[in-house]
Design a protein around this ligand. Structure first.
Ligand SMILES: Cc1cc2nc3c(=O)[nH]c(=O)nc-3n(C[C@H](O)[C@H](O)[C@H](O)COP(=O)(O)OP(=O)(O)OC[C@H]3O[C@@H](n4cnc5c(N)ncnc54)[C@H](O)[C@@H]3O)c2cc1C
Length: 414
């Protein structure tokens, strides 16, 4: 029979969420905390984000991605947390047995509680089905970021960027610094998907055009990309005939969305939300599988790494309390997204819970907005908050201080 190594809390993933989860678990008193990271270094995606803009909320100053990672790592190594890099979790069961492949070999690990912090991956060309040839020169924005920032490679001379997600915007500026002519960013929606500050600082400051309601309808080139054809789209996002134009370029970057990496969660039978792509969680960030918690980009996509870390601290603390035997009754109050809200998280609460904070995203840009958290049955307003403007790119928070015993709806009204 295979021997099983036992730990109180096992964290899967050593990015800003997982590092914070390990710290949160330790600070909440967990004795044996194991952090598993498949890469050779901790830090996750932060390592390739060499620009600044990180840490404003956690450290009250703006630092680069690697600096942000370094601070968290320094805190982790000061604690008696067992850290293993080069350790890939291959499988996870509902009763929290992990199959791990690492430098030490293949083994089974049993955890009293598990924190999922595996991050996300990018949508690819195949997923958005752009017609045309299959030449070299097409990259997801994140893989281009990796090649340029970590491997010091030049990826092309003239680039077009499809999609205005934050990584694409950051890469428009980065490629410009590298001497690449960035011909434009083409976004199918009527608004930018990335943060407003990134549109300003990465495109407008460098005179890079942002074309909204536009998409790439064809890629041309035999060995290497030679040009792309772009076109305007109508209200149903279908290309409008007669609006096509050809843009010569040798590189196409795709910044068309991120997908939470939940293969392990599925193996453990964790219920996933079709909207966020991440787990459905209660107010303790526990998934539908008892003792399995989730945080960071694997739970829902974060625009700011600090929020992923705050969620990590909370998930780690709750995982430690679970490992110590604390049980919170299952979520019986359901929270749904009402008018103009894409999603609200957590999706469940224990009846009688109080002081719960929700993360939410709006479905479209809104001005002079009132956000309401209302009882579904009684229409009682549990919380209201006013915003001058809300954008789909920005994750927002709203708190309910009162005790909740009925299903709720989060809605936004102009
Ligand atoms: C390509 C890319 C670029 C980004 N650039 C920026 C940016 O410039 N600015 C910004 O604010 N935000 C950026 N983001 C958003 C940023 O990822 C999040 O804010 C934050 O880093 C999420 O942290 P995380 O810990 O959830 O995920 P990650 O940082 O992705 O960490 C997840 C970790 O889990 C590990 N892992 C996954 N599966 C396993 C497994 N089975 N076993 C062991 N380990 C595993 C991964 O190797 C990884 O290290 C970017 C995201 C991506 C995908």
């Amino acid at each position: 029979m295979e021997t099983i190594e036992a730990h109180d809390v096992v964290v899967i993933g050593g990015g800003p969420a997982g590092l914070a989860a390990a710290l949160g678990a330790r600070r909440a008193g967990a004795g044996g905390v194991l952090l598993l990271e498949r890469e050779r270094t901790l830090g996750g995606i932060l390592n390739q984000c060499v620009h600044d803009g990180f840490g404003l909320f956690l450290y009250k100053e703006t630092i680069s991605g690697p600096e942000y990672a370094e601070r968290l790592i320094e805190d982790v190594v000061r604690e008696p947390i067992k850290v293993e890099t080069g350790a890939m979790v291959l499988d996870l069961t509902a009763d929290r047995v992990l199959r791990v492949n690492s430098r030490a070999g293949y083994r089974l690990v049993k955890a009293k509680s598990v924190v999922l912090a595996m991050g996300c991956r990018e949508r690819t060309r195949g997923m958005i089905e752009i017609p045309g040839t299959r030449p070299a020169g097409i990259f997801t924005a994140g893989s281009a970021q990796n090649l340029v920032n970590l491997q010091n490679l030049r990826i092309g001379n003239q680039a077009v960027i499809l999609g205005s997600g934050d990584i694409g915007l950051i890469m428009a500026r980065r490629l410009t610094f590298e001497g690449v002519a960035v011909k434009g960013v083409f976004e199918i929606l009527p608004w930018a998907s990335g943060l407003e500050r990134n549109v300003r600082q990465c495109l407008m400051d460098f005179g890079i055009p942002l074309e909204l309601r536009s998409t790439v309808v064809e890629i041309r080139g035999r060995d290497r990309v030679e040009s792309v054809v772009v076109a305007k789209v109508d209200d149903r996002l279908a290309p409008v005939a007669g609006t096509e134009s050809v843009i010569p370029c040798d590189t196409l970057l795709l910044s068309v969305g991120l997908i939470p990496e939940n293969e392990l969660s599925k193996r453990a039978g964790v219920e996933l939300s079709p909207i966020t792509g991440g787990a459905v969680v209660d107010q303790t960030l526990m998934t539908s599988a008892p003792g399995i918690f989730s945080c960071g980009n694997v739970l829902h996509i974060h625009d700011v790494a600090d929020w992923a870390s705050f969620e990590g601290f909370a998930a780690g603390e709750r995982a430690a309390r679970y490992a110590a035997g604390e049980r919170v009754a299952g979520g019986t109050v359901r929270i749904s997204a009402g008018p103009n809200v894409k999603y609200a998280l957590p999706q469940f609460l224990t009846s009688g819970a109080a002081g719960v904070e929700w993360s939410f995203r709006v479905a479209r840009p809104l001005r002079n907005v009132q956000v309401l958290v209302k009882g579904k049955a009684t229409e009682k307003v549990y919380s209201r908050k006013k915003f001058g403007r809300l954008l789909p790119s920005e994750l927002q928070k709203i708190k309910v201080r009162q005790t909740v015993k009925e299903d709720l709806e989060v809605s936004c009204h102009e």
